[in-house]
Design a protein around this ligand. Structure first.
Ligand code: AMP
Length: 145
């Protein structure tokens, strides 16, 4: 059965090239709609939720930077033309699953690794996304940096 709606999750690094290409190929060969999502992790979450200072300004900057990077990504990839690109705050696994459910995506495409150099110790996002996913998940193999 062909996929109808493919969701590609990107960390907005150069590493996401093969992930986007693979998702795009699959969307073309399946005649599927393509959506892209990036999650901005709240700083307090990265620090364990217990930070004795106001991070709102820094957080806004972080969100604005992600927005700029997403715009650059859209300009760089003709593949993303027509794709629904979505930027949101939260915890990647939770938000990716939420988006996939809300938008009845039937395939989530992620990279086998991304920004987190310590992913092997901490558990990678790809691994996280796989657990409890509402649909199929494809982890595109990325050559280690
Ligand atoms: P990581 O485990 O963080 O090294 O990343 C593995 C893959 O998960 C990346 O190649 C992306 O496909 C996806 N990913 C990681 N972080 C995010 C994020 N903040 N938003 C969306 N996708 C992400």
């Amino acid at each position: 059965m062909p996929y109808n709606h493919i969701l590609v999750a990107v960390d907005l690094t150069e590493e996401c090239d093969p992930v986007i290409h693979r998702a795009r190929e699959l969307s073309v060969s399946n005649g599927a709609k393509l959506s892209l999502v990036h999650i901005v992790e709240p700083m307090a979450m990265a620090f364990g939720g217990d930070v004795p200072m106001d991070l709102s300004q820094l957080q806004q900057q972080q969100f604005d930077q992600a927005k700029e990077r997403l715009e650059r990504l859209k300009a760089k990839y003709v593949e993303l033309e027509g794709a629904n690109c979505h930027l949101t705050y939260g915890q990647p696994r939770q938000e990716i699953h939420h988006f996939a459910k809300e938008n009845t995506c039937d395939l989530i495409v992620v990279g086998s690794h991304g920004r987190h150099g310590l992913a092997l110790l901490l558990g990678s996002t790809a691994n996280d996304v796989l657990h409890g996913a509402p649909c199929d998940v494809l982890a595109v193999h990325l050559v280690k940096r």
